[in-house]
Ligand binder design. Structure first.
Ligand SMILES: NC(=O)c1ccc[n+]([C@@H]2O[C@H](COP(=O)([O-])OP(=O)(O)OC[C@H]3O[C@@H](n4cnc5c(N)ncnc54)[C@H](O)[C@@H]3O)[C@@H](O)[C@H]2O)c1
Length: 335
């Protein structure tokens, strides 16, 4: 039986990946310290270890006998990283060094890394293609790109197979929706279900493409199970339906029949204005296709959050320093 270890297995992406590997007959184990994600995301069939990846001694034995490592653990908090760089760097590039060390010592065959579109920063052209020189412009993007460099360097030096995948703005069930720092679509749904107006930072003209979870999982599995994108970087997600944050709010309001009048707050520092990724490479090599429209994806997200019921936002992570640029939604807990 093939063995896979998923870091961040209680997270949104990690838990869906775990289900997909279980369905394909893998023996699945996972590591999570529950700083993000939800415990109930993890299937009973997963051997889940509650441990901090920052503890190399504790995690080392969990890598023995593992064939494939999927490294999805991270504090994926781009906006917060501007004010909590130590926390985000520790739980992004520092833990990646530990995961590499443990994988190499255990003789893991292949490691697949979940990077981020934050690696690109602002580029002169859209959509972002894999050949562009990364220009991360906040501590989260820097730590994600540093992780990529660590993985590439150590894998090549010691002969481990690896693949770097770049998902972006995923939506779907199991996403944390009570988190005030991230996941714009889930935050908007949670607020509207509470009868509160969505909060928009800046003009709301910033644009993104949103990816539905199953459309992301399918090509990720191809990348894990074949060698077609080994040793390279590959974007995963749609380049269709490039939408502004204002229009995202309108679309969600329509789905929820909500009378929309957004609250505008000052823009967040270092936020990339327009960002989308080309899906051409994934279409060609990983059979990527966008089979869920944005409206359908947002409807499924809204239904999932509605079923669980709206929740108060939990300010569970520290802001390391506050300046006049720190969003008041965080310092004054306005969510
Ligand atoms: N969701 C997206 O839209 C998206 C987009 C691009 C990239 N990614 C990347 O995909 C990965 C998964 O993202 P997600 O949305 O599922 O986030 P998530 O927060 O839902 O999952 C990450 C998991 O990692 C765990 N974790 C963090 N630090 C840890 C540590 N020190 N030790 C053990 N566990 C730890 C958290 O508890 C959490 O359960 C991340 O690497 C993220 O950068 C996600």
């Amino acid at each position: 039986m093939k063995t896979v270890l998923i870091t961040g297995v209680a997270g949104f992406l990690g838990s869906h990946l775990a289900d997909s590997f279980l369905a394909r007959g893998y023996k699945v184990s996972g590591i999570d310290n529950f700083i993000g994600g939800y415990k109930e995301n993890v299937s009973d069939e997963v051997l889940c270890h509650e441990v901090d990846l920052d503890n190399l001694t504790a995690i080392q034995p969990l890598f023995e006998g593992i064939d494939l490592v999927v490294h999805a653990a991270c504090t994926a908090y781009e906006g917060l990283s501007v004010f909590s760089p130590a926390l985000i760097t520790r739980n992004t590039s520092q833990i990646t060094a530990n995961v590499m060390s443990a994988s190499l010592r255990a003789g893991v065959r292949k490691l697949v890394y979940m990077s981020s579109m934050a690696r690109y920063g602002t580029q002169e052209q859209l959509p972002f293609t894999e050949d562009m020189i990364p220009k991360p412009q906040d501590p989260y993007g820097i730590a994600k790109y540093a992780s990529e460099l660590l993985i590439e360097n150590l894998s090549k030096t010691h002969g481990m197979e690896y693949s770097i995948l770049v998902p972006h703005n995923i939506i779907g069930s199991r996403q944390k929706f009570d988190d005030p720092y991230r996941n714009v679509a889930s935050i908007m749904v949670n607020r509207m279900l509470q009868g509160k107006q969505p909060i928009i930072y800046g003009s709301g003209d910033q644009k993104r493409c949103f990816s539905f979870i199953q459309d992301v999982i399918d090509p990720l599995m191809v990348a894990c199970e074949t060698s077609v994108v080994d040793g390279t970087v590959t974007n995963i997600g749609p380049d269709e339906e490039f939408i502004s944050i204002n229009d995202l709010a309108k679309t969600i309001a329509d789905i929820l029949s909500f009378d929309l009048d957004p609250i505008y707050m000052p823009g967040r520092p270092q936020e990339v204005f327009e960002a989308n990724c080309s899906a051409d490479k994934a279409r060609t090599l990983l059979n990527y296709s966008t089979s869920t429209t944005l409206v359908d994806g947002l409807t499924q997200l809204s239904n999932w959050i509605s079923e669980r019921g709206a929740k108060p936002f939990e300010y569970h992570l520290p802001i390391e320093f506050v300046t006049e640029k720190t969003p008041k939604t965080w310092t004054q807990r306005l969510m």
